[in-house]
Design a protein around this ligand. Structure first.
Ligand SMILES: NC(=O)c1ccc[n+]([C@@H]2O[C@H](COP(=O)([O-])OP(=O)(O)OC[C@H]3O[C@@H](n4cnc5c(N)ncnc54)[C@H](OP(=O)(O)O)[C@@H]3O)[C@@H](O)[C@H]2O)c1
Length: 311
């Protein structure tokens, strides 16, 4: 089968088309014929070698950890899904990623794609959507109308996070450049802080939760918009938990945990029209397509999600 692999860490020129063996599903696994994948910043961070300590993979590595497709074969003891099902998944983080014509993954990580959602839309959701969902639900006991700040609202995690937070009834503030203000209001954001014109630290106070997608100075300033007892969850950089304690707030780092049950919750939101995947760009499943997709993600200014159309 065709896959796009890297044989060493380096620039996007390392992305190479290769014929590799089609994987075989083991017990509890399914083989998925891939229709679409999507790009996340972890793809190029891993490609550049920044994650080699945490994820010491052998080469060649197939990058990509979002998948949407059709089950073509179910392994032994697969009970809830069948060949022919349209499914999407955030597979485990292994060196056999989703820039491939086929993947195998465990049944318990899968969810069915709603009929009103295309493969491209479905592929845009698992990694970024589960990350946003877990940050919004797993770290703080929020109630409707509680105030949430989601940084980088126009990115992959942010554009899904705003909609998930609104579906939970929260008041949502977000940060983006001014060109994206109307876009983020259309997603349901109550307040858009334009980082090229405003300082969010001056504009916001008494927030219940901050989802930190930026780190650095933005993370440090975010401590000051939380109310006492509020929570900051960072997905980019471990926060200073000691300083947080001194300030009477909670601060945690989160690394997404793949979860089929939570993905089903997101599928239900999509089916109900409450969660619309935002596809900013679609690229071909080719060396050139993947290189262009990585370049866009590396710009830090991609809008919504970057999708790879495989079939
Ligand atoms: N720990 C985990 O499990 C986990 C999971 C998912 C993602 N992540 C990490 O979380 C980060 C965000 O991921 P993502 O997929 O959402 O990235 P992304 O889609 O590449 O984010 C791009 C967005 O960032 C916005 N942005 C850039 N500079 C900004 C600033 N100073 N203030 C506010 N927004 C700004 C851009 O909006 P403008 O064009 O308007 O500037 C753009 O729309 C990445 O570092 C990723 O690696 C971690």
């Amino acid at each position: 089968m065709k896959a796009i692999v890297i044989d060493q860490y380096g620039s996007k020129e390392e992305l190479k088309e290769r014929d590799v063996p089609k994987p075989v599903p083991q017990e509890g696994e399914v083989l998925i014929e891939m229709h679409a994948a999507s790009i996340n910043p972890i793809d190029w961070k891993l490609r550049e070698g920044h994650l080699k300590g945490m994820l010491p993979f052998q080469f060649p590595i197939i990058l990509g950890w979002d998948a949407a497709g059709i089950i073509s074969e179910a392994g032994a003891n697969v009970t809830k899904f069948n060949a022919g099902d349209r499914v999407f998944v955030r597979p485990e983080t292994t060196a056999q990623g989703t820039y491939a014509e086929y993947i195998v993954t465990q049944e318990h990580l899968l969810a069915k794609i709603p009929d009103n959602i295309s493969f491209e839309e479905a592929a845009a959701v698992p990694l970024a959507g589960l990350t946003a969902y877990q940050c919004l639900v797993d770290f703080a006991q929020l109630k409707p109308r509680d105030k949430v700040l989601i940084h980088a609202g126009s990115g992959g995690v942010g554009s899904l996070g705003i909609q998930i937070a609104k579906s939970l009834g929260y008041y949502v503030a977000t940060t983006a450049s001014s060109k994206n203000e109307e876009f983020l209001k259309s997603l349901g954001a109550n307040l858009v802080i334009k980082y090229d014109q405003q300082d969010f630290e001056q504009e916001l106070k008494d927030y219940d939760l901050v989802v930190d997608t930026m780190g650095g100075e933005i993370q440090i300033k975010s401590f000051h918009v939380l109310k006492k007892g509020g929570t900051l969850v960072s997905i980019v950089q471990p926060p200073d938990e000691k300083k947080a304690e001194e300030m009477g707030i909670h601060a945690k780092f989160h690394w997404l945990v793949p979860n089929g049950n939570q993905l089903k919750e997101l599928a239900d939101l999509m089916e109900e029209g409450k969660l619309k995947p935002i596809i900013g760009s679609v690229f071909d499943f080719s060396e050139q397509g993947l290189r262009e997709a990585h370049a866009l993600s590396e710009s830090h200014h991609a809008k919504g999600k970057i999708v790879i159309k495989i079939k």
